[in-house]
Every structure is written in C-alpha cells, then in structure tokens.
Design a binder for this molecule. Structure first.
Ligand SMILES: [Zn+2]
Length: 321
C-alpha cells in the first residue's frame, strides 16, 4: 500500500478580514470578560481551570509589560485598571470578550488556532489543535489530512501563546514578520512562543501615544526610583508559586525557591525564629491561595512576602534540614 499524504500547512494565528482602520480605544477601566468554558466532556475540569488561569496570567503579563517597559510620559489623567471577569454571556459591559471554542466553524479554517474580531472585540480560542491524521483509504492509498478532535487538546502553554497573540490584536497590533515578535501570523515561526517581546510592547505604545494603560502615579521620578531600589523577585519564583498553588510541584521544591529569596535577602526573617519547630507542618490553604493570587498579579510582592514570613516564623516552612 502506498501512502499519499497531504503536506501539513503552517498553523495560523488569524486576524480576520475586518481589520481595524484605527486601534481600538479603551477607557479608564476596561472589563475583560472570559466566557464560561463550554460543556465538553473531553476536557477535564482541571484542564478548563488551567486554561482560564493561563489566560488570566497572560493578561497580567501584557499589563505588566506595558506598564514597565514603556517610556511614555505618564499622564495622571489616563489609566487602565484592568478588570478580568468570568461571565456566562457577554454584555455591553465587556470591553474585550474571550471565549473557548473546540474548533473553528468552517472547514476552510482547518489550521486556525485563534481569531480576533475587531468589530465585536472578540477573541476565539480553539482548543482542539490540528494534527495529521488518516482521512480515508482505498485499495492503493492511504490518504492523510488535517483533523481536529479531543485527541489533541491544546496544552496550557499553547493556549497561553495563542491568547497572547490574539490579545495583541485586541490592543491594536496587526501581524508582524519580525522574528522578535509575538505577532507573527505563522505559529511555527514564532521563535519564543508565548513571550511578549519589547518589540511588541513598543508597537502598542506607538499606537497609543497618550498611554491609555497607566494608572495615575505621583511622579515619574518616584516610580522609577522605587522600581530600581526594590529587590527583584525572579520570574521563576512566581512560576513556582503558580505551580505549587496548582499542586504541580511539591512543598519541597517551592521551599527551595523561598530559600533562594532569603539567601538573596529579598525576604528577611528574624534569625531567632529560623529553626523553630512546630508540631504541624501543614501549609494552610490560604497560603496556596496567596501564591496563586500573587502569581496572577492579584496581590503584590509585599503581601506574598508577609505570608511567607508568617509560615517561617511559625515553623510551618522549615528552612534547615
Ligand atoms: Zn493574528
């Protein structure tokens, strides 16, 4: 039997035909609505939760990148207090609408991973990813083509990179062939998948010269000074915290990250309590929630550090063997 195969074309991150003439505008407190995940037994409850967390973390990442990397003048009159909501249906309150759909409606869109509709500010995320499959066979040939089904669900990382790209459209970006851009239309050509690059951020800030995304702050000097003087918590600690909150890594791995923070003097602990031993080594559930909120940007570094200090002071997290 011979094999007749259809060449797999590149997976496409599509911008639709109704391309915007002008970038969308957002006012003071845009609400980003994530529609409840559709009823689909092939996707576990955990997977659904992880998808939604990935989306929220990606929104936070865009938000942080825009706030930190731009050199725009920071006007007190402009702000962008993002509010992310889960909704069961979209309403006019939603500035950006996000929904998960198993696959695109039309067969012609076989290779599309996500879409953005500027007319309704809607992002569709397709969670059945295209894969190569046998479509049919006869006495001489096996025919291969593209299929989508629950056999190949998008991973959380894939979902997050697809979303970051589509969200770039929602911020006004078109496609970009640069190798350092998240906005390349061909998924395979994005070298660092899921990374929002300074190039992308610069393009957004060029589109919005008045800086729609800034919360009012007292003065530029103060803000930059305090940014530099604050100890930096490395990004991987946050990733650890997220995974720990989702039980993907154990307490020990998480604690090794905290030890790093203490060694680097980012967290300070009174010396006398460092080796305190308590009867309980249960980590309270609220600490895991805190880790989750912190990783998603809902609480700041200081609040998270306080929680860790509490754990250590009470001998719940032990730092020496
Ligand atoms: Zn696109």
């Amino acid at each position: 039997m011979k094999i007749k195969s259809v060449i797999i074309l590149a997976l496409v991150l599509l911008i639709p035909i109704d391309t915007f003439a002008e970038p969308p505008e957002y006012y003071a407190s845009p609400i980003i609505c994530i529609r409840d995940f559709p009823n689909d037994d092939s996707v576990s409850a955990i997977k659904k939760t992880l998808y939604i967390k990935a989306i929220k973390a990606s929104i936070t990442e865009w938000d942080n990148m825009l706030k930190q990397q731009s050199t725009l003048p920071r006007s007190e009159n402009w702000k962008w207090d993002l509010d992310v909501k889960n909704v069961n249906s979209f309403s006019s309150d939603c500035s950006i609408n996000i929904q998960f759909i198993a696959e695109p409606a039309s067969e012609k869109k076989d290779l599309v991973l996500g879409e953005y509709y500027s007319s309704s500010n809607l992002i569709n995320l397709y969670y059945y990813t295209p894969y190569r499959c046998e479509t049919h066979r006869d006495s001489s040939y096996i025919y291969y083509g593209i299929c989508r089904s629950s056999i190949d669900l998008a991973t959380t990382d894939e979902m997050s990179s697809i979303f970051k790209h589509e969200f770039g459209h929602a911020l006004g970006l078109g496609h970009d062939i640069s190798e350092t851009s998240l906005m390349n239309a061909i998924y395979e050509q994005i070298p660092y998948k899921g990374r929002i690059t300074p190039h992308d951020v610069d393009k957004v800030t060029d589109l919005h010269p008045n800086g729609f995304f800034y919360a009012p702050i007292e003065s530029q000097y103060d803000s930059e000074y305090s940014l530099d003087s604050n100890p930096q918590i490395p990004e991987w600690i946050k990733t650890n915290a997220l995974w720990w909150s989702e039980n993907q890594i154990d307490d020990e791995t998480f604690v090794s990250g905290i030890k790093y923070l203490i060694d680097q003097k980012i967290i300070t602990i009174p010396h006398t309590v460092q080796n305190t031993i308590s009867d309980s080594n249960e980590i309270p559930a609220w600490v895991k929630n805190n880790a989750d909120w912190w990783a998603n940007g809902s609480i700041d570094d200081d609040s998270f550090i306080l929680a860790i200090q509490y754990l250590i002071s009470n001998g719940i997290l032990r730092l020496s063997a």
